[in-house]
Design a protein around this ligand. Structure first.
Ligand code: ZN
Length: 249
């Protein structure tokens, strides 16, 4: 089973009444609903206003892949929690940052750049798959269209993605790297631009497919239990002589 935690700041849901028409159970509810249909996913949701901001150690330490949606309340996520999330990624956890999570604290920590971009609300978007051999592109046609999305445009101040899977073209003429992959430590990071809170984007079957694929791609391969630099007192050859071996990354 892949243990999936959907984290949502869950604030737009309170501030924008018309969101209820699109996402009656909130963005986290919509995400958990289609992800939960996968037989090999074990899905739970977490929100900012829960105790420990939804991510006590027992949740964080039993999460294989996290999805993160945040927008207006990035500043309310404590620095210490953001560091813990980023460190968990370095230890092996996969993480998928959605839409305005480009400005979330954990994303900025993992990227090390300003993560700024251009934006404008309410645009037609054509999402082009530019890496059809990539696991996240499985079952995705050469392009799919979103009648209304928020335009995010270049320059997107991110480190060069290890793999670029989607490019978004907007009717207004802008272009954006809409689906980007990075490896950080033992963990994998996917950023996906579509998903503005008042648009029905997460009901789109291709968007759902992308995110299901992304969870599988981001599933941890190996874990580290600590991030400190260990002193290797005993040489490996001496360990072998004693019938021992290295077991920790
Ligand atoms: Zn937005």
């Amino acid at each position: 089973m892949i243990r999936v935690t959907v984290w949502n700041e869950n604030r737009s849901e309170q501030l924008i009444p018309e969101m209820k028409e699109v996402y009656p159970d909130g963005l986290h509810g919509a995400l958990a609903s289609f992800l939960g249909k996968e037989a090999d996913f074990e899905v739970r949701v977490a929100t900012l206003d829960q105790p420990d901001h939804g991510l006590p150690d027992e949740v964080l330490n039993t999460t294989d892949v996290m999805l993160w949606w945040g927008h207006g309340a990035h500043g309310e996520v404590p620095d210490e929690l953001a560091r813990k999330v980023a460190d968990r990624v370095l230890c092996g956890m996969g993480i998928i940052f959605l839409h305005s999570a480009h400005y979330s604290k954990p994303f900025k920590l993992l990227m090390g750049t300003s993560c700024s971009l251009r934006w404008r609300e309410g645009e037609f978007e054509r999402v082009w798959c530019v890496n059809p051999g990539h696991p996240i592109a499985k079952g995705i046609p050469p392009y799919f269209e979103l009648e209304k999305e928020e335009m995010y445009g270049e320059f997107f101040d991110i480190p060069q993605p290890d793999e670029l899977v989607f490019n978004g073209w907007f009717r207004g003429g802008e272009l954006f790297r809409s689906g980007c992959c990075w490896h950080r430590g033992l963990g994998k990071v996917f950023y996906f631009q579509p998903g503005h809170e008042t648009n029905p984007t997460f009901h789109n079957p291709y968007v759902q497919r992308v995110l299901v694929n992304a969870v599988r791609w981001a599933e941890p391969v190996n874990w580290r239990n600590q991030l400190d630099a260990p002193c290797q007192e005993k040489p490996v050859e001496a360990m072998h002589a004693d019938g021992e071996t290295l077991t920790e990354y």
